[in-house]
Design a protein around this ligand. Structure first.
Ligand code: SAH
Length: 364
């Protein structure tokens, strides 16, 4: 058992089974043993690789999108350039380089990072220190100013709860212990749940639905600033519209494993359900795009032209790696469709480039 497994098993023996959300929060962010607190998990030698770590083109395209929105909204100065969960700081560095192409934009940007991991804050300080970033523990302390925000693979790290349908009631999936004291999945007794009443129409007995309790309030905090002060938020993650099924997963050394096997030593994520994020942003008065596949968005923003320009300066084997990276980010069989993007923007502003317009009537 990992040190955190021993701690959690002792707590469950004392207090009873815990919801997946508590388990996930402990595994990722426990101050002594949390996955993100104790390591830099990115890259080939780590556990997973994210889009900005695959190629600089990802951040450059998002930077171009932000630049067009900034021009469309009258070049506000100063403005908040924010990223929750900035990892190694690579995406923010690529965005800051790309927006230098627009006169005045980089000078007007004030960099704000929301990061829970002290270890990753240190990595981010090394990468982004010259831009004098300000770190935050939560969205609530972001400045009340125009907000240009990018969140890539942030929402998938937020704790989720899972419910299994039994008739018209729901049983919460929990983490308990075996008689020998090992962590094991469990089910709470079924109860009717008003906040899942709308899911009785599209689920059957035994189906699992997931909710991410923190996501709507984060979306509302972001959207509130955008409505009042202008700006845009680009949310990119793997997931879809209205979650169905068990998407809770653990990755270690690029391989999936049982999420209960090594708490604190593997990355835990769940697919992002964009519907409640879009719903909370709309309720706060913001405009929201349609969910747009990452590959489509990157193509519309010009990734292929950029890839060709960068290819001119490369020879083998770097050229082959560059072509593979372009394919990986955009192709429907790779990240192109698995990852989806949502734009939350000022209601008076045009649709951000790259994104599909939302249907006037959202499907429910
Ligand atoms: N956006 C980066 C990294 C994604 S990994 C990239 O695309 O490469 C998830 C990031 O979110 C890490 O930096 C992790 O430490 C941070 N994180 C996870 N949960 C968080 C929380 N509740 N609050 C703030 N940051 C969090």
């Amino acid at each position: 058992m990992t040190p955190l497994a021993t701690i959690l098993a002792r707590r469950i023996a004392l207090q009873g089974p815990m919801p997946l959300s508590d388990y996930m929060a402990e595994c990722l962010l426990n101050p002594d043993h949390g996955y993100y607190v104790t390591r830099d998990p990115f890259g080939r030698a780590g556990d997973f690789i994210t889009a900005p770590e695959i190629s600089q083109m990802f951040g450059e395209m998002l930077g171009l999108c932000l630049a067009q929105v900034w021009l469309d909204q009258g070049c506000p100065s100063p403005f908040t350039l924010a990223e929750p969960g900035p990892g190694r700081g690579t995406l923010m560095a690529d965005i800051l380089r790309a927006i230098r192409a627009v006169p005045g934009m980089a000078e007007a940007a004030r960099v704000h990072l929301i990061e829970a991991s002290p270890a990753l804050r240190t990595v981010q300080a090394q990468r982004l220190g010259v831009f004098n970033p300000i770190w935050h523990d939560s969205f609530e302390t972001l400045p009340k100013a125009p907000l240009y925000l990018v969140a890539n693979e942030f929402f998938d790290a937020l704790p989720i709860r899972q419910f299994e349908r039994h008739g018209h009631e729901w049983s919460e999936r929990q983490v308990g212990i075996t008689p020998e004291g090992r962590l094991a999945p469990g089910l709470a007794p079924a109860t009717p749940l008003a906040n899942l009443a709308h899911r009785l129409g599209d689920t059957r007995d035994g189906d699992i639905v997931e909710i991410c309790p923190a996501a709507p309030s984060i979306a509302a905090a972001i959207a509130g600033r955008i409505v009042r002060h202008g700006g845009v938020a680009l949310v990119i993650d793997y997931g879809g519209w209205r979650s169905l099924g068990d998407t809770f997963q653990a990755l270690r050394a690029h391989r999936p494993e049982d999420p209960l096997a090594r708490p604190g030593e593997s990355d835990l994520t769940a697919h992002v359900d964009f519907e409640p994020i879009a719903g909370a942003a709309c309720a706060a008065g913001a405009a929201v795009s349609a969910l747009t596949p990452q590959g489509v968005m990157l193509e519309r923003l010009g990734i292929t032209g950029r890839a060709q320009t960068l290819a001119k300066g490369l020879s083998e084997p770097a050229l082959e790696a560059h072509i593979a990276a372009h394919h990986r980010l955009t192709h429907p069989s790779e990240m192109g469709n698995l990852f989806q993007a949502l734009a939350i923007y000022a209601p008076t502003a045009p649709l951000p480039p790259g994104f599909d317009q939302a249907p006037t009537e959202r499907p429910r």
